[in-house]
Design a protein around this ligand. Structure first.
Ligand code: GTR
Length: 325
């Protein structure tokens, strides 16, 4: 909050409304620690927005998920209680069904393919759907690819997952994904995973190297098997409520800050993937390649069939992604 020429006493005398009319306070949600690529990029975004708008917007990031779990935070950004956030599209499908396409296992061949899709008309379509639900996606962050890790043994084929209780992000698609691999998909908040692995409430989870590292899950679930089953982009999203209150000039400033933040995040991300992999291995985690991923891919056929049967309008978009060179 900027008090500009008002003293605190004068502000109190005039009432809080007069003061808050001076600057819009933006609170940002971040699930990760401050030094995670996303945390650094979000802090940069907040600084650029605050400075670029001369304090007309006063933005601050709240790291480490202290403002709550992702599904609640999505609701809060949608209703304007929070003004911005970095969201993984995984739990978004429950609210914006079109985004579920990005959560289909093996839908993207690799990170470059995902970028080409998200930078083209299909990516724009996702942004349009998000906007209808109160979220302005200003830029897209990387989140690598996700693989399974567990406390029991290395996974090289779906048979190795038989009966394993695997934590997934909050989306029934991910439960179906694990169930079709022979495991038992268990939705759970990210913040509860470490303790649940430690106490044996779950046997495993799935994530990229940086999250496996920063969440300390590698300490308790030492077997990381490279299935690369999910490549899910993440948005830097602003609440439509906050966005609509901006002048056209400030919208430009905020958009530019978001694009710059994504550039920073992507640069830091590729470096952090290497650093995290080295760190967890040095700490005793065992990482194994899965030479033949076709069995995992084949097991996803019922997941696709069921999804497309329920969402026939998404056949076009799934095909558009699969045929994007
Ligand atoms: C991370 C992602 C988070 C959150 C988390 C999870 O990779 O960046 O937004 O979705 O995974 O597994 O809940």
């Amino acid at each position: 909050m900027k008090f500009s020429t008002l003293t605190v006493a004068a502000a109190l005398a005039l009432g809080a409304a007069t003061v808050s009319a001076d600057a819009a306070t933006w609170r940002g949600w971040n699930i990760h620690p401050e030094d995670y690529p996303n945390g650094v990029a979000l802090d940069q975004f907040a600084k650029d927005v605050t400075e670029g708008t001369d304090g007309r917007v006063d933005a601050q990031v709240f790291h480490n998920g202290i403002l709550g779990a992702q599904p609640d935070a999505i609701e809060q950004v949608r209703n304007g209680a929070l003004q911005f956030a970095n969201f993984n599209m995984g739990p978004m499908g429950q609210i914006v069904p079109a985004t579920n396409v990005m959560s289909l296992p093996f839908i993207f061949n690799n990170i470059d393919h995902m970028h080409r899709v998200m930078d083209g008309p299909v990516g724009q379509q996702f942004s349009d759907e998000l906007a209808k639900e109160g979220l302005v996606a200003l830029s897209w962050f990387d989140s690598g690819s996700r693989s399974f890790y567990n406390t029991k043994h290395a996974i090289t084929s779906p048979a190795d997952m038989d009966g394993m209780k695997i934590r997934v992000m909050n989306n029934s698609l991910f439960v179906d994904m694990v169930d079709n691999l022979g495991g038992n998909g268990t939705p759970m908040a990210y913040s509860e995973v470490y303790q649940s692995l430690k106490t044996g409430v779950i046997d495993g989870a799935e994530n990229n190297y940086p999250s496996y590292d920063s969440s300390n899950h590698y300490e308790v679930a030492k077997y990381y098997s490279i299935t690369d089953h999910l490549i899910i982009p993440e948005c830097l999203c602003v609440s439509t409520v906050a966005w609509d209150a901006l002048s056209d000039e400030d919208k430009e400033i905020v958009k530019a800050a978001a694009v710059k933040a994504a550039e920073t995040q992507r640069e830091l991300w590729s470096e952090r993937e290497k650093v995290s992999r080295e760190k967890v291995e040095a700490a005793g985690a065992t990482i194994n390649e899965v030479d033949d991923k076709t069995a995992f891919q084949a097991a996803m056929k019922p997941v696709y069939d069921q999804f497309l049967a329920k969402n026939p309008d998404m056949v076009v978009i799934v095909t558009a992604i699969q045929t994007t060179e």
